[in-house]
Design a protein around this ligand. Structure first.
Ligand code: KMH
Ligand code: ZN
Length: 282
């Protein structure tokens, strides 16, 4: 089996220090959490950023500063900014994080970014809205800016939306998917298997289990030959009732599981290879 790419979703936009005081807000905290995840084996940082008081922002200067700070400590890591942002943000606000791609040759070029391929319920009255036109605009912009999308799948039908977008030229093959399990899609082996069998043969995939499903979904992903995402964005606990001290602790746990299952961990260079990303320019 291919080596395992571990993505650390270190911050998110919705979780707060009142839920887990170790969630990073400041630039120093973001860089520190990314570094701990990197040292533990993460090769991709899925990045949201905050103002110092914790408010989520998609401001491109704040992203650039955060990426600079991460790069200082983790020189070769793949940084994958979110274009999902936080609930209620406008499309233009969200898309700013791919602008730091210009000029496309410097170190701070986001090699990847998320592309959310449909709308979904986030619980209560909250809806994460991604219209067809939003997906098309984001997809086209990422192609123009040379940013590889990670296609976020919150619902099974979103795979079909993504494949139609690819047919229409808004997403390029080979596609990299992230299956978000335990929010709208049930976090079961049957559902994950359905998703894996619904994507093209040349596609790659990772799985993000939400909340208590983080490690069980990761273990399944490891066994099924996919890749995994862990981190505070999706889960705050290292085990039932015990808050994780850092994203590094969550990455260490998934790396331990992978080692037990004989799945070696991909370095950032190996992850670029697996995902078909060009080598890092210096
Ligand atoms: N924070 C959510 C509204 C992404 O990063 O693309 C969207 C999200 C998905 O987290
Ligand atoms: Zn995100």
């Amino acid at each position: 089996m291919e080596k395992l790419i571990v993505t650390a979703a270190i911050c998110g936009a919705e979780v707060t220090k009142s839920q887990n005081p170790n969630i990073p807000y400041t630039l120093d905290e973001i860089a520190r959490e990314a570094h701990l995840a990197y040292q533990a084996g993460a090769s991709i940082i899925h990045l949201h950023v905050r103002e110092d008081d914790g408010r989520p922002t998609q401001d491109k200067d704040r992203f650039k500063k955060s990426m600079d700070a991460i790069r200082t400590l983790c020189p070769d890591i793949i940084i994958q900014p979110s274009t999902g942002g936080a609930l209620g943000m406008s499309d233009m606000e969200r898309l700013q994080t791919t602008e730091v791609a210009e000029p496309a040759v410097n170190l701070f070029h986001p090699e990847m970014a998320t592309l959310d391929c449909g709308s979904c319920n986030f619980g209560g009255d909250e809806v994460f809205i991604n219209s067809d036109n939003t997906i098309k605009t984001f997809g086209k912009t990422m192609i123009q800016r040379g940013v590889k999308p990670e296609i976020e799948i919150f619902d099974k039908g979103m795979i079909d939306i993504a494949l139609r977008m690819a047919e229409q030229g808004f997403i390029q093959h080979p596609i990299h998917f992230d299956f978000v399990m335990g929010l709208q899609i049930n976090a079961t082996a049957r559902d994950l298997s359905y998703m894996v069998h619904s994507i093209p043969l040349d596609a790659t995939w990772t799985v993000a289990g939400i909340g208590r499903f983080q490690m069980s979904m990761a273990a399944l992903g490891i066994l099924m030959g996919g890749h995994v995402r862990v981190g505070f964005e999706d889960n705050l606990y290292i085990k039932k009732g015990i808050l994780a001290k850092s994203n590094g602790e969550l990455v260490e746990k998934v790396v331990r599981i992978a080692r037990e299952l004989d799945r070696p961990i991909a370095s950032p260079i190996e992850a670029r290879n697996i995902l078909g990303l060009p080598p890092l320019k210096s």
